[in-house]
Design a protein. Sequence first.
Length: 546
Amino acid sequence: MKTETYDYVICGAGSAGCVLANKLSEDPNVNVLLLEAGPMDRNLMIHIPAGVYSAYKNPKINWNYKTEDEAELNNRNVDMPRGKVVGGSSSINSMVYMRGHPTDYDRWASEFGLDQWSFKHCFPYFKAGESSDRGEDDWRGGDGPLGVSQCSLENPLFDAFLEAGEQSGQGRTDDLNGYKPEGVARLDSTKKNGRRCSAAVAHLHPALKRNNLTLITRAMARQIVLEGNRAVGIEYQCGEEVTIARAQREVILSGGAVNSPQLMMISGIGPAEHLRSVGIDVKLDLPGVGRNLQDHPTIIMQVACTKPVSIDWVAKPHRKLMAGVEWLLTRKGVASSSIWEAGGFVFGNHHEAHPNLQYHFAPVGFRYEGDKMRLNQAFVIHVDQLRPTSRGRIDLKSANPFDKPALHFNYLQTENDQRELIEGIKVTRDLIRQPAFDHLRGAEILPGKAATSDADLLAFLRSALETDYHPCATCRMGIDEMAVVDQELKVHGVDGLRVVDASVIPQLISANLNAPTQMIAARAADFVLGKSQRPPSMPKYHFMEA
């Protein structure tokens, strides 16, 4: 078997892996290997923002996972796309840049014993990583590697949505990542000059010019190589060739909330009873691996539009061609948008300390016919539950690393989650009833006017609830017996091994996960290199002054 030697071996070139590869290879005295199971990010649909609808389920660049039968969703299997390409899910997502509420991170500190992960410790890394087209201020970064642009596609439906936020009392803000992270607003997007700014574009591609960084694509990790209680490398396969990449310093798993725990369990690190059930020799009984799975469940509400202002026209072949040509020539127009350009954080009830629901708004309706998306004259609101109490798990189906694991999310498992999503439908209906929508609002398509009682709405949830693509927490940080990594993301009980990706999140953040994942990776790089963390700092927010 072929053997190679590096200082650091990173497994997974997704959002976290790209950040790590860049920051670790800044030291010319170390050699870094980055392994990625998917291909290079050359597919043009990755880089055209509107191409997300072609990219995000493309089997050539996507793991295309599905959940197991979800008991509370009429035993449906929910699609769970995950990026299998350089850039990972940052190459196929809808590009929403959101950090989460400061109290999310403070909760990590208070409830999980993670005093180094309160928001004041995380904020400096968010700011340093960002280059916002708003310019630098107290809340935003101006010269970081990740390009962030405020969404600006013009459409009367966006205007109505923002005005309805004010009329309904749900609130409006200028910046959901700024002083007032509540209400409705124009979203921020990981775009720069009209192109997607994935983690690969922002962090990895510039670093690949260095001689001390090696990227190997289409490299499937088979197992972590262990010698005693130390991780010393990764065994991976390219085509028919199997290689051991030895790490003189550290092995770092950045495969994401599904792949990182899968690889650990295949390597004998995980819940002992489960590993034995699939014929794996237990190297370390670490019961939290693959457990604590969390996600944002979402329901899509859709309303007909009475005027021809929705952008369903772009589905016509000649219009699509014109939009593509405009983007190629100017990097502007509808193709420069993922369509989800407005949204917000709102309250579903009066008991929450900060918003527990999230909107993503699009000025077009759609439905799927098989794998084909059909557009219609309507508008759509995704309603996410931000802090669900249901918990799931990832199990192995076999000891074969090429077999997909079993994903059990247990959506709607708790009465709390059922109640909050029912409330979500109600507050969204209240938003849509506002005068701002009077000249545009047609019939409600989903759930439909017949769904009036809580029982009706729960039945709709069971039939239609989906994921908003934010799985996390399967290798969580902490100090208790179910924690997998410590505050510096070192795996408990294994030397030379860290996990750095969304799986280390102990409790789901009240927002999209791409920006937090890159922040986590930037902090992890300093831990790995033995650098001092950036000094804690935190600007004022409106809720601090209430």
